[in-house]
Design a protein around this ligand. Structure first.
Ligand code: IYR
Length: 222
């Protein structure tokens, strides 16, 4: 066991109480404008913006700081097409055979179907993988604690960072997603977590008329 190395938390910033409230209000105002988009423009996005948003994702909290995430950024048109073909194959099965009626009913307000043109239209697909375990420099394996929770939180930060930058995203989860390992050449030790579609919304993009629960419905103060 190694002793922890502790340093002063110099990066911390406290704000006056009023500023605290205005900061969290403006952050909420910004975040509530975020919508999941399915109509993407093919307009190019600066790769440096994606890199910077991924740095934000990499600041995420994680179990024992194991950082069990891997982001594979896809820009290549041929790879996007391969992903679309494989995803639509799974989606056709999902909608026609696998999904129980209850699930299809739950999806009805979103207007989704097996056709996934955005997988080719959007400038970036970010395939997010969860590492089942870590490997130390000497080759020994280390367990990843709370890996799914950790990758989920990092993905949330990524979605927020992309939105903050003025980009739209879609969390796409074709199931199963094993084809991502094959197409992207990732080892079996990495489990596909989700596929994030990123770009500008199409000019005529429309989103479902759905809302979020009120604070009273999601939080209880005791
Ligand atoms: N993966 C399918 C179905 C789907 C499932 C959920 I849960 C959603 O929130 C949206 C869609 C699809 O992408 O169409």
């Amino acid at each position: 066991m190694t002793d922890p190395v502790m340093i002063p938390y110099e990066a911390y910033r406290e704000y006056p109480a009023e500023e605290m409230l205005s900061r969290c209000t403006s952050f909420y105002e910004e975040m509530k404008r975020r919508r999941t988009v399915r109509d993407f423009s093919s307009r190019a996005v600066d790769t440096e913006v994606i890199r910077q948003c991924l740095r934000t994702a990499g600041t995420s909290v994680s179990g024992a700081n194991m950082q069990p995430w891997k982001f594979v950024v896809v820009q290549d048109d041929r790879i996007k097409t391969e992903i679309r073909v494989a995803a639509e194959q799974e989606e056709r099965l999902f909608y026609a055979e696998k999904a129980p009626k209850e699930w299809l009913d739950a999806l009805a307000p979103l207007g989704t179907d097996p056709s996934k043109p955005f997988l080719e239209t959007a400038p970036f697909l970010i395939a997010i993988f969860q590492e089942r375990f870590g490997v130390l420099p000497d080759g020994t394996k280390v367990k990843h604690y709370y890996a799914t929770e950790s990758v989920g939180i990092a993905t949330g930060l990524l979605i927020a960072a992309l939105h903050h930058a003025g980009l739209a995203s879609l969390t796409h989860t074709p199931s199963p997603m094993g084809f991502l390992n094959r197409i992207l050449g990732r080892p079996r030790t990495e489990r596909p977590f989700l596929l994030l579609v990123v770009g500008y919304p199409a000019e005529n993009a429309r989103v479902p008329d759905i809302g979020k629960k009120a604070l009273e419905q999601i939080a209880t103060f005791v």
